[in-house]
Design a protein around this ligand. Structure first.
Ligand code: WTA
Length: 660
């Protein structure tokens, strides 16, 4: 048997999940996106996307839906012109919905603010006028590092209004990371704040951003006052938002830009150290953002109260807080703080307060809620919820079931949405009124999207088999390149299956017996044990299905005989964290459990009980660091960790366990 065949069949043989949940009957009966959408899109893909583009207001209609002549550089809706900010604010006011709340904003310390669409239009116009006065125009780059405050959204839309590109950098990134991004994009203006609230306390922001700005192309720094923290000040360069924006005119006439005009750059980490500036453009991006926000969440403007818990610094915040929902005239929650400030029920308190009906979050947070205990959400009225969503990593069936039962009262479809910074918007996800969902599966490509699982040679694998996830047809919100680096763009995404012209997502996936798609984590998270390819996700999922385990991270560590050996790091549940559950017996029981769930090939070589796992600020487990620990290496760069002390705790624990 060829090596790849062997590993593919090993991957396919791993655990199967047989539960399946149809949409509640009443939900299905009223759902906007129906089963025939798949057929319509298959029969006429471009016609389907043209229909979706009609959701937007174009000042000039396009004359061609897709131009793929210069593949992999796509052009969508060529000849068309629109203003993205007009579509996200003004047009709702023009339609008579100026009084509708666009944003219920909740500050971490308990302050709040309601922003209507009329307010949004006014604030975005003022911000655009202020930026224009600072010399920002079409094609310029503006860097934004802000907490989750309304000004972040005003700033992004003001850039869009002017045809300037924003580059939002997550608030927790270090000055060095911000500087590298400013330099790569050659940004002219930085928008930041004096400070930011972190777990109930003001932390400095401008002090850090000042270090990043030093010696770069930044000419002006616009500073929002949020915490009242004292800040260093450079006269002539630094300006208070309150002085400049509040004084600006409320009138700003949006200019239309062509569909392919760049909208933003968002940096994402690659396999090499240098972050990639992922470039998105206007018409196609907004079309798919609006379409998926509507179809995947069954969203009705004026009725639903929508909440995406992501940060504006990530693509999920761009597409599902700013562009998708606002293009659709949604009423949404924007929450500034952490989920346990001031208490672990904060999210559920907000759901109850505003009657949130659509709640979209990350699996890592769901597992954290599980760890905190089901009695916390049980104290709140969550009956307004009707759709639940997840994004960012594969969700293990146990967390999915918990979400369904403890948050959704077994009455809300769960949409597990697979997509990437690069894809711009959701690609593989259930339609909540149509799909019979399985816990842990993103199910199928959305109508209009085509994605398949292929083997090493690019041939589609059969049901029950695993391989690589590829997108085999261009889609409107696809990245248009890597900023200033077309070669890296071609190399990273289009060279692996160049003959077929497929976009290589970098994720492993498999079809189950019914053809549903299961994501298996990044290909670089796939372990190879004795020639068997085993996904870290599946082993983690097996561990978490044991009653004593709250969270697990699994890595493949170099092993003399088997190539790689499986090393697991587990956090035990609150009620199981006593000493006996860490003992040899208990760990053996866990190893046997994995063996039982997946098969003896997946049995971890070693299991470590830890208090915390190293995670990036967007909640992704940094397996690279755990691999260092598992292979007894000095732990590598921890600068992107949300809490860098976690690694000290883990390495100390590892040494203790060796001395035992
Ligand atoms: C992973 C986030 C499984 C995947 C929108 C992808 C997922 C990477 C899912 C992109 C999901 C995202 N199931 N895996 N529903 N959603 N991923 O760029 O590995 O931050 O390649 O975009 O997250 O992460 P990014």
């Amino acid at each position: 048997m060829a090596e790849s065949e062997k590993s593919n069949s090993a991957l396919s043989a791993l655990s199967t999940e047989s539960r399946s949940f149809p949409p509640p009957e009443q939900f299905a009966a009223q759902a906007k996106a129906t089963a025939d959408w798949y057929e319509r899109a298959d029969a006429d893909r471009e016609g389907f996307w043209a229909e979706q583009a009609d959701r937007l207001d174009w000042s000039t209609k396009w004359d061609r839906v897709l131009d793929w002549d210069d593949a992999p550089f796509a052009k969508w809706f060529t000849g068309g012109e629109l203003n993205v900010a007009y579509n996200c604010a003004d047009r709702h006011v023009d339609a008579g919905n100026g009084d509708r709340v666009a944003i219920h904003w909740e500050g971490e310390p308990g302050d709040s603010r309601d922003i209507t669409y009329a307010d949004l239009k006014r604030e975005v116009s003022k911000t655009a006028n202020a930026l224009e006065d600072l010399g920002v125009g079409k094609g310029d780059r503006v860097a934004i590092q802000l907490p989750m405050i309304p000004e972040a959204i005003f700033s992004m839309l003001a850039c869009a209004r002017l045809g300037a590109l924003h580059s939002v950098v997550f608030g927790g990134f270090s000055p060095g990371a911000l500087k590298a991004r400013i330099e790569d994009a050659e940004a002219k203006v930085l928008i930041t704040s004096d400070g930011q609230y972190r777990r109930g306390k003001p932390a400095p922001m401008k002090e850090n951003t000042d270090q990043a700005v030093e010696g770069t192309t930044i000419e002006k720094v616009l500073v929002v006052k949020r915490t009242g923290t004292e800040v260093p000040w450079t006269d002539g360069r630094d300006l208070w938002w309150g002085d400049v924006v509040d004084a600006a005119s409320e009138e700003h006439t949006p200019q239309a830009f062509e569909a392919e005009h760049p909208l933003f750059i968002l940096y994402t980490s690659g396999t090499t150290g240098k972050p990639k500036g992922i470039l998105h453009t206007s018409g196609g991006y907004l079309t798919q953002a609006a379409y998926t926000h509507d179809a995947v969440f069954d969203h009705t403007p004026g009725e639903d109260v929508y909440w995406c818990t992501a940060d504006i610094g990530w693509i999920t915040g761009h597409t599902y807080i700013v562009y998708g929902p606002l293009a659709n005239g949604a009423t949404q929650i924007v929450y500034e703080g952490t989920p346990n400030t001031p208490h672990e029920g904060r999210h559920w308190e907000i759901v109850q307060k505003y009657g949130v009906s659509v709640y979209y979050t990350a699996p890592t947070l769901i597992r954290t809620f599980m760890k905190w205990g089901e009695d916390i959400p049980a104290k709140y009225d969550l009956s307004s919820l009707r759709v639940l969503g997840t994004v960012g990593e594969p969700i293990n069936p146990e967390a999915w079931m918990w979400f369904r039962q403890k948050i959704g009262a077994e009455n809300c479809p769960i949409v597990d949405t697979w997509w990437q910074t690069e894809t711009g918007a959701s690609m593989i996800a259930p339609l909540p009124g149509v799909t019979h969902t399985k816990p842990g599966s993103a199910m199928a490509p959305l109508p209009g999207i085509s994605a398949i699982v292929v083997d090493d040679d690019g041939n589609e694998v059969g049901n029950g088999e695993g391989g690589y996830l590829v997108v085999d047809k261009p889609w409107p919100s696809m990245l248009r390149g890597i900023w200033k680096d077309p070669e890296r763009f071609k190399d990273t995404y289009w060279s692996r299956f160049a003959d077929q012209g497929y976009y290589f997502a970098g994720d492993g996936a498999k079809y189950d017996e019914d053809g549903a798609i299961w994501l298996l984590g990044r290909v670089d998270d796939v372990m190879n044990v004795s020639g068997h390819r085993i996904s870290t996700t599946e082993v983690e999922s097996a561990l978490v299905s044991h009653p004593t385990v709250a969270e697990a991270a699994v890595v493949g560590a170099a092993d003399e005989t088997t190539g790689q050996g499986i090393v697991a790091f587990v956090i035990l549940r609150g009620d199981a964290a006593g000493d006996e559950s860490k003992g040899e017996e208990a760990l053996k029981a866990l190893r046997d459990h994995v063996s039982k769930e997946i098969g003896p090939i997946a049995k971890p070589r070693q299991i470590m009980v830890v208090e915390e796992l190293p995670k990036t600020r967007s909640g992704k487990i940094m397996r690279r660091l755990l691999r260092d620990v598992a292979e007894n290496r000095e732990v590598g760069d921890v600068s992107t960790l949300a809490d860098s002390s976690v690694m000290d705790m883990i390495t100390t624990g590892m040494q203790d366990s060796k001395e035992d």
